[in-house]
Design a protein around this ligand. Structure first.
Ligand SMILES: [Zn+2]
Length: 89
């Protein structure tokens, strides 16, 4: 009887640890979407010089022009820009 009770306690402790780990894993992942939303709302928007659309820097395509970095909403815009002014990648 004593051994069964000990096994039950070990099993419960294992389940408890798993649940605790799951809660810890949920914690940081819940923070990330909020941080991303903040950067999209904030100043991290870049203007596409070709079509004038504002795109979040994270998802924008970039090309170097001299020591400046240009950001584009799509490959189409980047190609149009690089055709007009040669760009180093
Ligand atoms: Zn564009």
């Amino acid at each position: 009887m004593g051994l069964l009770r000990l096994l039950a306690i070990i099993a419960l402790a294992f389940v408890g640890v798993q649940l605790f780990r799951r809660i810890l894993r949920i914690g940081p992942s819940r923070k990330n979407p909020l941080e991303k939303a903040r950067t999209i709302k904030g100043a991290d928007m870049v203007k596409d010089p070709v079509c004038g659309v504002y795109t979040p820097r994270d998802s924008a395509l970039s090309a170097h022009q001299g020591d400046q970095i240009r950001y584009f909403c799509s490959e189409k815009c980047r190609d149009a820009f690089t055709r007009e002014a040669p760009v180093k990648n």
